[in-house]
Each structure stands twice: as structure tokens, then as C-alpha cells.
Write a protein that binds this ligand. Structure first.
Ligand code: ADP
Length: 269
């Protein structure tokens, strides 16, 4: 292990990466193992908090019960429980893979330590995360159904959790890992003419968001647009942010270490 103090990185891995979004409750085990392998290699350089999305474990159920709309009627309540259980199952698969790769990882569920107001985080109990890091244990946190003081409950995206924790703890680097190379001039899965945008700053942000859509699936968070909004909040506060493709073999470490690879960097002006 290096003698230099290890900097703090928050890695958000999208549901599009770790699950097959076309098939309900289907993890991509090979991809999860590859990411666990890369994370184990990065630990001599970085302290890491891992946050992951819901993909085909969370979104279909959240959509079915309208959980992202808040409490509307009592038929949704069983959906809160079903969605929670499916996210526990997905997190377990990821944590199990990390442990197999020698990474001491523990799952944390946002409903237990975060409260929202009007679908934004209004309270977070951050101490356990800091204490785990001090013990060299990696917190693994998923997007989740979270209680909301105004709407009863709502869906909290991994992207919003990422920006909140990065600001609260003061991360040195944030990587949003997804299934495309970064932010394009239009959805690259729908348009062959889409061009990768290498750099986004507060000054070109309002131009860029005109091109950015949601995910192609019934995603109850805001997809790429939501990710970009959270990334910009971080960049404005001086945190290095990158959005890139972690389906590509060993690209996660390149993104993390700032090596030359295709991606979108979000920078302050
Ligand atoms: P994740 O599950 O990895 O968090 P999402 O599925 O929410 O990611 O968002 C990524 C998806 O957003 C991409 O797979 C892509 O199809 C879609 N998308 C829409 N507009 C854009 C754009 N302008 N640039 C890149 N991706 C876009």
C-alpha cells in the first residue's frame, strides 16, 4: 500500500450497468465481478464509497406502484416493501462479489439514514459512513425508497445520494459510471449522429440539457438528465466529476485516476 494519504472517491454505478434493464430482476454478474475486481485494485490509491442504482430490480416495481409520485393511495404500500426487498437482493449480490474480491464492503440502505422533503434529501445521518471509512470498510449504498416529510415516501436516486454524500464528506473525485461513454448531443442509443461532449461547465450547461433525455427504460428517476444536474452541483463546489462507460473493461480505474479515456468531464467555469 502507498504511503501517500488515499484520496476519497465516490463511485456511482448505474443500474444500466449492473442489471439487464430489459429483463426484470436480472443482475449482470460478469460485469459486477469486473467492477469488484477494479475496485479491489483501486483501494491502494483511493478510499471509496460505492453507490449503485436500481436497474431492473427497483425501477419496474417503483413504476408499477407509482412510488416516485409519493403516497397517493394505500395500494402502494405493499410496493414500498416489495421494492425494498428487491433492492436488498441487488445490494447483496454486489457486496458478495466485493467480499469475494477481498474488499470489506457493507450494504447501507438510505431509508434508514436519510429523509427527504419534496423529493430532495433534507436530512442525512452521515456519521456511520465516516466511521466505516475510518475502519477501511467500504459503504455500499443503493438508490432506495425513502420517507418524505411532504409526500410520505418517494424514490431517491443513487445520483442524488452521490452528490449529497460527496458534499457532506468532501469527496476528491466523483465517477458516474454508466453504459454510454458520457453525455452526447443526443441519446447515443437512438441516434447514430450523436457526438460525445467532452466537457460541460456551468456556462454551457443550459445548452447541453436541451439534448439530454431520460433513460430509454421506465426509469423513475431522471436518467442522464438527473445525473448531469447532480454532477453540476458538485462541479460548482470544486469537486472533480466525470461521467463515463464502466461496461468497458478496466475503464473504471482509468476514469478514477484521470487517465486519458473517452468520457465527459464536468468542470467549474
Ligand atoms: P444509469 O442507469 O447508468 O444511472 P440511466 O439509464 O439513468 O443510467 O441513463 C443513461 C442513459 O441515458 C443512457 O443509456 C442513454 O440511453 C440515455 N441518454 C439520454 N440522453 C442522453 C444523452 N444526451 N447522452 C447520453 N445518454 C443519454
Amino acid at each position: 500500500m502507498s504511503c501517500l494519504p488515499r484520496r476519497l472517491a465516490i463511485i456511482k454505478i448505474g443500474g444500466s450497468v449492473i442489471t439487464d434493464k430489459e429483463r426484470i430482476f436480472t443482475p449482470r454478474i460478469d460485469v459486477i465481478n469486473g467492477i469488484a475486481h477494479e475496485i479491489s485494485n483501486a483501494l491502494n490509491r483511493w478510499r471509496i464509497i460505492l453507490i449503485h442504482g436500481a436497474g431492473s430490480f427497483g425501477h419496474p416495481l417503483a413504476y408499477k406502484y407509482g412510488l416516485h409520485l409519493g403516497l397517493r393511495d394505500k395500494s402502494q404500500i405493499i410496493g414500498v416493501a416489495e421494492t425494498k426487498l428487491s433492492m436488498i437482493r441487488l445490494s447483496e449480490i454486489i457486496v458478495e462479489s466485493l467480499i469475494k474480491h477481498g474488499v470489506p464492503a457493507v450494504p447501507m440502505y438510505p431509508m434508514d439514514f436519510i429523509v427527504m422533503t419534496d423529493f430532495r434529501i433534507s436530512k442525512i445521518f452521515i456519521e456511520p459512513i465516516k466511521m466505516l471509512l475510518d475502519l477501511n470498510i467500504m459503504p455500499v449504498i443503493c438508490g432506495d425508497t425513502v420517507l418524505d416529510t411532504k409526500h410520505g415516501f418517494g424514490i431517491l436516486s443513487g445520483d442524488q445520494i452521490t452528490s449529497k454524500i460527496a458534499l457532506e464528506i468532501g469527496a476528491d473525485k466523483v465517477v458516474f459510471g454508466t453504459d454510454v461513454d458520457g453525455v452526447y448531443t443526443s441519446d447515443p442509443k437512438r441516434s447514430i449522429n450523436a457526438k460525445l461532449i467532452n466537457t460541460i461547465t456551468p456556462s454551457n450547461f443550459s445548452e447541453v440539457i436541451k439534448f439530454v433525455g431520460y433513460s430509454t427504460h421506465n426509469d423513475v428517476t431522471q436518467g442522464m438528465l438527473g445525473k448531469l444536474k447532480e454532477a453540476l452541483i458538485l462541479a460548482e463546489r470544486g469537486i472533480q466529476v466525470v461521467i463515463g462507460n464502466v461496461l468497458k473493461y478496466e475503464n473504471l480505474c482509468l476514469l478514477l485516476d484521470g487517465e486519458n479515456t473517452k468520457c465527459t468531464r464536468i468542470l467549474p467555469n
